[in-house]
Design a protein around this ligand. Structure first.
Ligand SMILES: Cc1cc2nc3c(=O)[nH]c(=O)nc-3n(C[C@H](O)[C@H](O)[C@H](O)COP(=O)(O)OP(=O)(O)OC[C@H]3O[C@@H](n4cnc5c(N)ncnc54)[C@H](O)[C@@H]3O)c2cc1C
Ligand SMILES: *[C@@H]1O[C@H](CO)[C@@H](O)[C@H](O)[C@H]1NC(C)=O
Ligand SMILES: *[C@@H]1O[C@H](CO)[C@@H](O)[C@H](O)[C@H]1NC(C)=O
Length: 342
């Protein structure tokens, strides 16, 4: 049966969920996207977008985490091999994960068996970069400055409705009475919206520079990284827990610049296009689950949450959103079953 679903949040998670929902819902259904910030105003916009799950990336269970990561890689790989790759901002990238302290640090067990190439560095490679331990791998970058408009375009072409609005509470949406279900993809906004104090900002500051001669990515144990996107290279970074300052710090900037130029001296000639700060919506484990919200007086609202992706929301968006969509379809049917019985 046709349904009407509202997705709150237009970051990479909300947009991915909304477009996948359009494909999954029966004909005649409608999807409305509600958000107070779009495209360049979202956290997703400035993310480097590299597919490199950190050790602490966690879905609801270990098995589901693995599944999300596999599904996400396949999804992006399919776009990479299609004619949409450039417009969608998906490219292949090879590069290095390095450590001077400990061989464990540069390992990435979560992507080892998923990506196309993953091997220990040769002694030559290590000597060249002055590092003790390292992994070379071939992975993907998804640039949200392209991916978000690409998804928005698809969403609108499939008759999606877009509304710019700040949502003060989910009850507001329940009061409208026109949605069968709301999907909560509000990122850090869930802190307030979902009253979820497990969601904490991890502040990240970066440079976006033009340096077309740099082809590989480089990732060091101390949060220094160089990640090529479609046109620009992201230089990072910081990882400041429970810090919600969105101002660019000159202190952080000089630290990032020094470290990056130290590992890659040619960067001193790079043109700085912009500096940016984003707040990663961290949660010990990503929350994708159903909830029947009860506002009292017989007023309820079906909600499926999809937030708390921390520093890995771009790379895990397809997997986590496909799972959210399956919960949504299930929840909607459940509803109709009860109605039919009444
Ligand atoms: C420096 C940095 C580098 C990063 N690098 C990577 C990387 O290499 N790879 C990777 O996978 N990830 C990376 N990330 C993480 C990634 O950016 C996030 O995980 C991802 O953007 C989260 O997406 P989201 O859609 O949940 O949140 P957002 O993009 O923040 O979107 C949230 C949406 O919800 C809306 N919203 C919230 N509250 C309300 C409300 N009350 N009413 C209406 N609308 C509301 C907002 O307007 C917005 O549209 C990085 C992050 C930073 C800061
Ligand atoms: C998101 O979920 C949280 C936690 O339940 C809730 O407080 C908040 O209102 C929700 N926000 C939206 C926009 O759905
Ligand atoms: C980070 O690591 C790189 C490579 O080992 C090094 O050159 C750089 O100085 C380090 N930066 C900081 C701030 O420790």
């Amino acid at each position: 049966m046709a349904s009407s679903v509202c997705v709150v949040g237009a970051g990479v998670i909300g947009l991915t969920t909304a477009t996948l929902l359009q494909d999954a819902l029966p004909a005649g259904s409608s999807v409305t996207l509600v958000a107070d910030k779009f495209t360049t105003d979202t956290t997703s916009d400035g993310a480097a977008g590299i597919y490199r799950p950190g050790k602490y990336f966690q879905g609801p269970s270990e098995q589901m985490t693995k599944q999300w990561l596999e599904v996400s890689y396949k999804h992006y790989k399919k776009i990479l091999n299609s004619e949409d790759a450039t417009e969608a901002g998906v490219r292949a990238v090879s590069g290095y994960l390095f450590s001077n302290k400990n061989p464990e640090i540069c390992q990435s067990p979560l992507m080892k068996d998923i990506i196309d190439e993953y091997r220990e560095c040769t002694q030559n490679e290590l000597d060249l970069h002055g590092q003790k331990y390292g992994i070379f791998c071939n992975t993907l970058v998804v640039e949200c400055r392209r991916m978000q408009p690409f998804l928005m375009d698809r969403f609108k072409r499939n008759c999606g409705v877009v509304r710019k609005q700040h949502v003060n509470s989910l009850e507001e949406l329940a009061d409208e009475g026109c949605f069968d279900l709301v999907c909560n993809c509000s990122g850090l906004g869930a802190n307030v919206l979902a009253n979820d104090r497990n969601v904490t900002p991890i502040r990240g500051q970066v440079f976006k520079v033009r340096a077309p001669w740099i082809k590989n990515f480089y990732y060091y144990e101390n949060e220094t990284y160089i990640i090529p996107g479609m046109d620009l290279i992201t230089l990072g970074g910081t990882r400041q827990f429970d810090n919600d300052n969105l101002e660019v710090s000159t202190w952080d900037a000089s630290g990032i610049w020094q470290s990056c130029v130290q590992v890659m001296p040619s960067l001193k000639d790079a043109e700085v296009v912009r500096q940016w700060v984003g707040l990663r919506p961290y949660r010990p484990s990503v929350r994708v689950e159903k909830e029947l919200m009860d506002f009292g007086g017989g007023k309820t609202l079906k909600v499926v949450h999809n937030y708390g992706h921390g520093g890995y929301g771009v790379m895990s968006a397809p997997g986590s959103s496909m799972y959210a969509v399956s919960l949504i379809c299930d929840f909607l049917q459940h509803h109709q079953y009860h109605r039919a019985k009444l």
